[in-house]
Design a protein around this ligand. Structure first.
Ligand code: SAM
Length: 246
C-alpha cells in the first residue's frame, strides 16, 4: 500500500504517567524513564514520519497485513477511535492511491467518548458505546438510501479507565468486549470480522470462549507495536456463527 507521508496531525506524546501526589523523586524518575522510552520508541518515530496521530496505527497495520482485514469498498466501524490513528490507517487503505485525502472507496465510522480531530471522509460520533442512544446514532450513521448498511469490519481499541481493582477492571473490559460482539452479531455481514483489544488477566479466558462461540475462526494477536511489557492483546473473530437479524 502506498502511504501518503504528508503528516496531517502532529503526533503528540500521550500523557506521561503522573508524578506521585508528593512529586517525589521516585515519581520524577518514573516520568523521566517513560519519556526517554517514548522519545526513543521506533513506532513513535515512524508514526510521526508517516503522519499518524498515534503509534497504535502499527498494531492495526500488522494485524491487517497478517490477516488481510481491510479490502476496497469495505464499511468499517472504529470503536474507541480517538485520537484517530486506526481511522487514519483504514482511510489510507480504502483510498485508491493510499492517500490521506481525496477519493475514498468505502465507508468509515469512528466513535469515541472523547472528541476526535476530523479525518477527511471519516464520520465521527462522540459518545459512550455503552449508551443505547449512542448506539442509535451509530445505527443512523449506517443508514443509506437503500436501508441499513451491513458492516464488513468492526475494530475496537476501546480501553476503559482502569481503577487498579482487578475484578472491577476485568468486568469493565469484559462489558466493552461483549457489547462489541453483540454489535458485530447484529450489524456485521456474516463473513465480516471483529478485532477487539483486551488484556491478559482475569476474565481473559471467558472472552476467548465468547469469541469461540460467536465466530467461525478466532485468532489471538499480539502485534510487535504492542509493548511486550503490556498485558494488552487482541482477538480477531471472523465469520459469524449465529447471525442475529434486526
Ligand atoms: C487506546 S485509545 C484508542 C486509540 C485509537 N485506536 C487510535 O488509533 O488512535 C482508547 C479509546 O477508547 C475510548 N473509550 C473507552 N471507553 C469507551 C466507551 N465506553 N465508548 C467509547 N469510547 C471509549 C477512549 O476514550 C480512548 O480514546
Amino acid at each position: 500500500m502506498k502511504v501518503n507521508a504528508k503528516p496531517d496531525h502532529k503526533l503528540l506524546p500521550k500523557a506521561a504517567p503522573k508524578v506521585t501526589a508528593r512529586g517525589d523523586a521516585k515519581g520524577k524518575k518514573v516520568n523521566k524513564a517513560w519519556l526517554h522510552d517514548h522519545i526513543n520508541d521506533p513506532y513513535v518515530k515512524q508514526a510521526r514520519k508517516e503522519g499518524y496521530r498515534a503509534r497504535a496505527a502499527f498494531k492495526l497495520k500488522e494485524m491487517d497485513e497478517t490477516l488481510g482485514l481491510i479490502k476496497p469498498g469495505y464499511c468499517v466501524v472504529d470503536l474507541g477511535s480517538t485520537p484517530g490513528a486506526w481511522s487514519q490507517y483504514v482511510r489510507r487503505k480504502l483510498s485508491p492511491t493510499g492517500a490521506a485525502v481525496g477519493a475514498l472507496n468505502g465507508r468509515i465510522i469512528g466513535l469515541d467518548l472523547l472528541p476526535m480531530e476530523p479525518i477527511e471522509g471519516v464520520v465521527f460520533i462522540q459518545g459512550d458505546f455503552r449508551e443505547p442512544e449512542v448506539l442509535e446514532k451509530l445505527e443512523q450513521a449506517l443508514l443509506a438510501e437503500q436501508g441499513p448498511v451491513k458492516v464488513d469490519l468492526v475494530i475496537s481499541d476501546m480501553a476503559p479507565n482502569l481503577s487498579g481493582i482487578e475484578s472491577a477492571d476485568a468486568a469493565r473490559i469484559a462489558h466493552l468486549v461483549e457489547l462489541a460482539v453483540e454489535f458485530a452479531q447484529t450489524r456485521m455481514k456474516p463473513d465480516g470480522a471483529l478485532v477487539v483489544k483486551l488484556f491478559h488477566g482475569s476474565g481473559y479466558d471467558d472472552l476467548v470462549k465468547l469469541f469461540q462461540a460467536s465466530f467461525k475462526v478466532v485468532k489471538r494477536m499480539k502485534p510487535k507495536a504492542s509493548r511486550p511489557t503490556s498485558s494488552e492483546t487482541f482477538l480477531v473473530g471472523r465469520g459469524l456463527k449465529n447471525v442475529t437479524e434486526r
